[in-house]
Design a binder for this molecule. Sequence first.
Ligand code: DGI
Ligand code: FE
Ligand code: FE
Length: 189
Amino acid sequence: MERDIALKMVKDQLTEHRYQHTLGVMDTAIILAKQYGGDEKKAELAAIFHDYAKFRPKPEMKAIIVAEGYPEDLLQFNAELWHAPVGAYLVEKEAGITDKEILDAIRYHTSGRPGMTLLEKIIYLADYIEPGRHFPGVDEVREMAKEDLDTALIKSVQNTILFLMKKNQPVYPDTFHTYNDLVKKRQED
Ligand code: DGI
Ligand code: FE
Ligand code: FE
């Protein structure tokens, strides 16, 4: 799918602020793909569509999670997690994207998962460090991303867990599993 057509499709789904975020993720994902040998076209499309379902009504997202057999434990955690798997489903259905790598990069862009692919890592990190993000620690991760993808990824997952814990919020198990997987692989090196 051409970039312009994809962007038009997501613009209708998002607020202006979220659309600008999407453009930032797109640019950042392409830079990371170039730098780390990822597929630039897939990175572009996954980035454009990653937050496609962000503003769908909660009952609709819930119904899709149940009907599609997605992990129902998601429903016991922050609803912010839902737009990722629901996005993968809707992007296939409504935008006709069938590439499994792209759909999985959308599916796992919020929680991550153990054994993330290069494309999944690129989208997760691009979402975290795109130029429109302004939160404590983001500049440090931007610097790390210039040197090593996994180092930057570990830091971003770690920051997310710490951020949630500081607010006494529950942390979805896959977020911990992602962190553990990356850190254990690092120790094996
Ligand atoms: O959709 P975005 O705002 O661009 O970013 P995202 O898809 O990474 O969503 C992050 C939100 O999800 C953030 O407000 C924190 C919330 N959240 C709740 N529980 C978890 C979680 N994020 C992660 N990574 N892990 C959780 O367990
Ligand atoms: Fe998101
Ligand atoms: Fe996002």
